[in-house]
Design a protein around this ligand. Structure first.
Ligand code: ATP
Length: 458
């Protein structure tokens, strides 16, 4: 079954509601670079916080790191990026468009989008040539080859070069891991599909250092753990698949690699959102050779030294955010109403705003009571106060922002000191004492339970 293509709908919803804007839009935009607006920054922040909690805070065998984007240029020689981080590029002499030679099947001929590049009578594709994807710049005031530095194309190398620093500072014993979240830059030949492939993006990477011989066992464990993490975000099970790298896809140093693919729908279909790789001791061995510094781990229990193998989990924060948006988007009819509704049915933990607070009318003390409640709730989570327009409209606006709970203060509220909580997903409602609202919502958020089920009340 091909799922519908919702990217165009999402691009306009994301702009209208302030999730994601095109970078430098007033100047016509920058090629495939995007800015996160007020709701988008919260959503992506929640994704990153969930990853950080799962990978660092909830484990005692993984340490956090925040390495710099600019690194010594030798790092990229050792890692193989200077000589090998390239994609095959083909030009079309007829229309001047450029394509990745290995992704022609996913591209469209600009003259006739129903055809692939090369299929139209006018197409004149050149032979592929290698194009290095690293952005280059200069460190210091002189623009000469000796001062060339690169914007990192992945965060992983910051972890490899700090392997011993972290190990010695924390006294971790192998097996242990180092995790970080940060920006990466790739001068992609054919970026596109909204935030799926961009030239500036964020990665969440973890390198887990293990004793050689135990690597495949750890590889399997991490593969499973990472799939579970994606399921925990609320991504549908049948939209997730493993893809095993074939011999031709596998990097020469890798012992095994699986991608976790998500079904984005439409022609994009299943695409990688995360890679889980067994990188052997390739990276540490290369850095040891290029830096002439010993990077061996000293195993005092077994009285031996070795270069650990590395299991890497590498996931794009932006790509997962796109998967979450695609997975969450629903356009549905509402019984008894002419207009349907658009809902972003986010997992409550990811929702940018947790609750909308709405006085039914602008009189009789309702706005004051609502503002007091909103201020109290803001101490726990992001809240949106809205007194403008019909209540149905206000609910719809929050459905579209993915807000799981709506709290309405009506005529009875001021008399009885209670409010209605309305649930985004089933639109069910419960009545709760004002003093209990914060507790009840926290319980629902912790239970991942955005439905009107009164079992969680009281
Ligand atoms: P692709 O084959 O799609 O170019 P890759 O195999 O080069 O990806 P990795 O180097 O394994 O990707 O990067 C790990 C993760 O970083 C990817 O799974 C993806 O989520 C994210 N990522 C990589 N490149 C981009 C990009 N240009 N824009 C957004 N996210 C990216």
């Amino acid at each position: 079954m091909t799922r519908p293509d919702v990217l165009d709908t999402l691009v306009s919803l994301a702009k209208r509601r302030g999730f994601i804007f095109q970078s430098s839009e007033i100047y016509g935009g920058t090629g495939s670079v995007w800015d996160y607006g007020p709701l988008g920054v919260e959503l992506k922040h929640n994704v990153k916080a969930r990853w950080w909690n799962a990978m660092v805070r909830e484990r005692d065998d993984v340490e956090g790191l925040d390495a710099a984007i600019l690194m010594h240029p030798r790092v990229w020689e050792a890692s193989g990026h200077v000589s090998g981080f390239s994609d095959p590029l083909v030009d079309c002499k007829a229309c001047k468009a450029r394509f990745r030679a290995d992704k022609l099947g996913d591209a469209a001929c600009p003259r006739k989008p129903s055809k692939k590049p090369g299929e139209h009578a006018d197409c004149e594709l050149t032979e592929p040539r290698q194009f290095n994807l690293m952005f280059k710049t200069f460190m210091g005031p002189v623009e000469e080859s000796a001062s060339v530095v690169y914007l990192r194309p992945e965060t992983a190398q910051g972890i490899f070069v700090n392997f011993l620093n972290v190990q010695q500072a924390t006294r971790q014993k192998v097996p242990f891991g180092i995790a970080q979240i940060g920006k990466a830059f790739r001068n992609e030949i054919t970026p596109g599909n909204f935030i799926f492939r961009t030239r500036e993006f964020e990665q969440m990477e973890m390198q887990y250092f293990v004793e050689p011989g135990t690597d495949m066992e750890w590889f399997e464990r991490w593969k499973e753990a990472r799939l579970q993490w994606h399921l925990g975000l609320g991504l549908d099970r049948d939209r997730l698949q493993f893809h095993q790298h074939t011999d031709t896809e596998l990097a020469h140093y890798a012992r095994a690699a699986f991608d976790i693919n998500f079904d984005f729908g439409g022609t994009l279909g299943f695409q990688e959102i995360e890679g889980v790789h067994n990188r052997s001791d390739f990276d540490l061995r290369q850095h040891q050779a290029f830096s002439s510094k010993k990077l061996e781990y000293v195993d005092q229990v077994q009285n031996k030294r070795y270069l650990p193998y590395v299991i890497e989990t590498s996931v794009g924060a932006d790509r997962v955010t796109l998967a979450i948006l695609v997975n969450a988007l629903r356009e549905e009819a509402v019984e008894g109403e002419q207009e349907g509704r658009t809902v972003l049915g986010f997992h409550p933990a990811l929702a940018p705003i947790k609750a909308g607070v709405f006085p039914l009318t602008k009189k009789d003390g309702q706005p004051e009571m609502a503002e007091r409640l909103a201020a109290a709730l803001r101490k726990r989570f992001p809240v949106f106060y809205d007194e403008a327009g019909a209540i149905g409209r206000r609910y719809r606006r929050q459905d579209e922002a993915g807000t799981p709970f709506g709290i309405t203060i009506d005529g009875d509220s001021t008399a009885n000191d209670d409010v209605t909580i309305r649930f985004r997903d089933d639109m069910g409602q419960i009545r709760v004492a004002t003093s209990q609202v914060a507790e009840v919502l926290t319980r629902y958020l912790e239970a991942d339970h955005p439905r009107a089920d009164s079992r969680l009340v009281g």
